[in-house]
Design a protein. Structure first.
Length: 120
């Protein structure tokens, strides 16, 4: 991804929302904010129509970078969910299809994560 060209291309293609702003190697908000925001093009010095929805964590961050066992996912993710909720932020996590494979330990941990995320 190259800034601002990638976002300019999205805008040109008529895309209004982007969900790719985040880190692969660690959890946290790459833009430092838990809410959607309009992309500001520094090159053109203008706010654009593209709404950026930053994500906070990704399944491969937990498994590949943090080297966590599926039973440890909830301990890493539940505090993040609570932190986002405490500021009325938008909670976005990325789960690849293969992360939902048939694995009882993983399913148990993911059930708790999804249940906490769904709570008001």
């Amino acid at each position: 991804m190259s800034f601002p060209e990638t976002y300019e291309s999205l805008i040109e293609a008529g895309i209004t929302d982007d969900y790719s702003m985040g880190y692969a190697s660690m959890s946290g908000f790459r833009a430092g904010i838990a809410n959607p925001f309009r992309f500001y093009n520094l090159k053109e010095e203008e706010e654009t129509s593209l709404l950026i929805h930053p994500f906070m964590f990704m399944d491969t961050t937990l498994s590949d970078y943090m080297k966590l066992d599926p039973s440890e996912y909830k301990d890493a993710v539940l505090p993040l969910i609570d932190a986002v909720k405490s500021v009325s932020g938008e909670l976005i996590g990325i789960w690849h299809n293969y992360a939902l494979e048939d694995d009882e330990n993983k399913h148990k941990s993911l059930e708790e994560i999804f249940a906490r995320a769904a709570q008001q």
